[in-house]
Design a protein around this ligand. Structure first.
Ligand code: COA
Length: 258
């Protein structure tokens, strides 16, 4: 699938890089090219000492519908160097503060990427979901490790096995979200927090984040690798083919044979 160069926008100002998902007509679903552009932006932000924090944002009506299903079917991630994995490892290992501004649907990776952000601000219209089972798949982005840890097992099972959406208040209650604000204010609130962080000593920010995360960093990487192997295999199996085919044909999937 060709990438529209404006599907991912990056903007640097006052020590903050803002990465914007800008494919609203397709609900900010993410193609391989978009993952690649975001992974490259994170590498640039990591290397540039003038960038001291990064904001990930969507539109006030939608954060992201997750993987672009057609694109995923056409070019499934084959290796650890695939753009989606470069992006996921990029956010998991990002050393500087990462702030998300989330409004509307945040499906699949639209939710799982948030577990790697340091601060998450949500619009009161935010709807989070991780419907991997409904797609014949399994969790990714180390969410099989991080969701039970944050939510507790039973709420994690509800989110990951039933795969139904949960909303801003529930996300606040389990600790996925720092604050709920009106959708028109979310990007500004995230930007305000990022600029506040950008005025602090970068070395202290990086060291504090490293110390908070170092305990489980190796487990996160190992889990992402294990999930990636299963996800890649399951993507080619009949249940996922049925789920994705049903989405493309705008019908309900029939899993009775799988
Ligand atoms: N991949 C590709 N296209 C997608 C998409 C995705 N993940 N999510 C939405 N789109 C497209 C739709 O096909 C539609 O395109 P069209 O206008 O050419 O028909 C357009 O975006 C609008 O989507 P629509 O479903 O009509 O919007 P909605 O407001 O009714 O619902 C969502 C929004 C996000 C709840 C719904 O689109 C959805 O559930 N998408 C699938 C999410 C998903 O399963 N992602 C996980 C992938 S691993």
């Amino acid at each position: 699938m060709s990438q529209n160069p404006s599907d991912i926008l990056t903007h640097c100002e006052s020590g903050v890089m803002t990465i914007t998902l800008n494919r609203v007509d397709k609900k900010n679903s993410i193609t391989a090219a978009m993952y690649g552009a975001m992974a490259d932006a994170l590498v640039q932000a990591e290397a540039d000492p003038a960038i001291r924090a990064v904001v990930l944002q969507g539109h006030e009506t939608v954060f992201s519908a997750g993987n672009d299903i057609g694109d995923f079917l056409n070019q499934p991630p084959a290796t650890a160097e695939s753009p989606v994995y470069r992006f996921l490892h990029g956010i998991a290992g990002f050393s500087k503060p990462l702030i998300a501004a989330v409004c509307g649907p945040a499906v699949g990776v639209g939710t799982t990427m948030l577990f790697h952000c340091d601060l998450v601000y949500a619009g009161d219209n935010a709807a989070f979901s991780m419907p991997f089972v409904n797609l014949g798949l399994c969790p990714e982005a180390a969410s099989s490790l991080l969701v039970p840890q944050m939510f507790g097992y039973h709420r994690a099972a509800e989110a990951l096995l039933l795969g139904e959406p949960f909303f801003a208040e529930a996300a606040l209650e389990v600790g996925l979200v720092n604050r709920i604000v009106p959708p028109t204010e979310v990007n500004a609130v995230a930007q305000g927090a990022a600029r506040k962080l950008a005025l602090k000593p970068l070395s202290s920010l990086i060291e504090t984040k490293r110390l908070m995360k170092q305990g489980q960093a190796p487990q996160v990487v190992a889990r992402m690798t294990e999930e990636g192997a299963s996800f890649g295999r399951m993507l080619r199996e009949p249940a996922a083919r049925e789920a994705f085919g049903a989405f493309m044909e705008k019908r309900k999937p029939d899993f009775s044979r799988f």
